[in-house]
Write a protein that binds this ligand. Sequence first.
Ligand SMILES: Cc1cc2nc3c(=O)[nH]c(=O)nc-3n(C[C@H](O)[C@H](O)[C@H](O)COP(=O)(O)O)c2cc1C
Length: 142
Amino acid sequence: MIVRCAYASRAATTLTSAMVEDILERSRVNNPANGITGILCYSGDVFIQVLEGSRDEVCELYNAIVRDGRHSNVRLLVFGEIRERKFCNWTMGHVDLSKVNPGLLLKYHEKAVLNPFSMSGDATMSLLEELVATAAVHSRVP
Ligand SMILES: Cc1cc2nc3c(=O)[nH]c(=O)nc-3n(C[C@H](O)[C@H](O)[C@H](O)COP(=O)(O)O)c2cc1C
């Protein structure tokens, strides 16, 4: 049985490439070994992450992530059992908001900003899928 979990959070300090690199490295090592796939997006100081995998693995990882001092204001957006994964790989992406069509942000939000804290989890998932589909999420290269 597999589940999906999505949350949003804010970086505790200005994001440095070293910080992002470390998170990416942990994810690359740990997630495949634990059968976890998903996506981690960041834009400004906002993180949005989707984790998919077995309930035990996803919950254990989520608990570890919540305790991580590099971010705060962790808000659970979505949690539920799923029939199939939406994100079958592990990716970490940077959303370059200057390249995102404002209309796409406005489709799901009052203003053309990425603010998962004032959106429903459902809307955030849809926006994330569209951002990935329109290639607005770039693989992070320092
Ligand atoms: C926004 C954010 C996302 C993270 N995502 C993951 C992740 O997907 N997988 C992971 O193993 N660690 C992730 N981490 C790091 C964990 O909080 C923790 O540092 C790591 O799991 C510890 O791994 P270790 O026990 O192998 O050192 C993330 C941290 C932050 C701040």
